[in-house]
Design a protein around this ligand. Structure first.
Ligand code: R5P
Length: 310
């Protein structure tokens, strides 16, 4: 028997879930989330999930803890409603930044969330550009880890004159991703050595590579407070870059981010719709809905997902 493919959305990013469902030619499934007077959440599916191949789309954007809890409850409720298989689709997995014990007496929260999702009953996870790719290994269930690289490469290739451009990794963690993008675009690579001073402040220690007179293309996994971004732009401009563009998979844009970008000499900042898009004269949104739709279709059909990227 062919299991029906069912797509549901939590409350974090319904426009993306809707776009994924549309790309698959399916209606978005109906569900309700309520908050009781005592702050407890309540979720209920408004249609049958029996023997369905269920995909629940939820990004960990603020309020992160509410969205995490809602996803756990939706997974649990789907299993309880006799879904045949439940895939947690987490376009933005914010806690991938809590991936190691780099200070005493702290929680490796990415691993804790992996455990919670499995306890809730998730059979698979589908996600994109984990800040720390090793987080994949915290799960004992299959994880498909998508990359926004083709979408970001296409943005730079169509938006910027690549004749005299250089790809820039704004910190060590982004070096591998930036190097892959530079190879794809046939461009040289530069690298910034950054030090995090606090949650919202960073300091550039060193810029390695030739950027003078060039168009610099910063590529990052996420833009949160935009501290990393504006400091990188500043360092590049001081080193003589002609202009700076930036692209990130996850445009979280919290706290001072939008103000910092508005005041920065950066020409344009692009991010995908893994997080709900924000408005701003320099901001652009790239959609990853077709990529997620294709991955979901392949998972449903039991086809290779990695070959999407080869
Ligand atoms: C950090 O290591 C990441 O790659 C991003 O650069 C960082 O998470 C962005 O955070 P913020 O925008 O707050 O500097």
């Amino acid at each position: 028997m062919d299991r029906p493919l069912l797509i549901f959305s939590g409350q974090s990013n319904r426009p993306l879930a809707q776009a994924i469902a549309e790309a698959l030619g399916l209606p978005l499934g109906k569900s309700t989330t309520l908050r009781f007077a005592n702050d407890n959440l309540f979720v209920r599916y408004e249609e049958s999930l029996r023997e369905g191949d269920v995909f629940i789309v939820q990004s960990f954007v603020p309020p992160v803890q509410d969205h995490l809890m809602e996803l756990l409850m939706m997974v649990d409720a789907a299993k309880g409603a006799s879904a045949a298989r439940v895939t947690a689709v987490i376009p933005y997995f914010s806690y991938a930044r809590s991936d190691k014990k780099d200070a005493p007496r702290i929680s490796i929260t990415a691993r804790l969330i992996a455990d919670l999702l499995q306890t809730a009953g998730a059979d698979r996870v589908l996600t994109m550009t984990l800040h720390s790719p090793q987080v994949h290994g915290f799960f004992k269930i299959p994880v498909d880890h998508l990359s926004a690289e083709p979408v970001i490469a296409n943005y730079f290739a169509t938006r910027v004159d690549l004749e005299n451009a250089v790809v820039v990794a704004p910190d060590a963690g982004d070096l591998k991703r930036a190097s892959a993008l530079a190879r794809r675009l046939g461009l040289p690579l530069a690298f910034i050595d950054k030090e995090r001073v606090s949650d919202t402040e960073v300091r550039v220690r060193m810029l390695v590579g030739e950027v003078e007179g060039k168009t610099a293309l910063i590529v990052d996994d996420e833009i949160s407070t935009a501290g990393s971004l504006v400091e990188a732009v500043e360092a590049l401009m001081q080193a003589g870059a002609k202009e700076v563009y930036a692209a990130a998979t996850h445009g979280v844009y919290v706290g001072p981010a939008l103000d910092r970008i508005a005041k920065s000499p950066v020409k344009e900042v692009a991010a995908t719709d893994t997080c709900p898009p924000k408005e701003g004269p320099k901001l652009r949104t790239l959609t990853v809905a077709p990529l997620f739709a294709e991955a979901i279709w392949r998972i449903h059909r039991g086809e290779s997902v990695s070959s999407l990227f080869t």
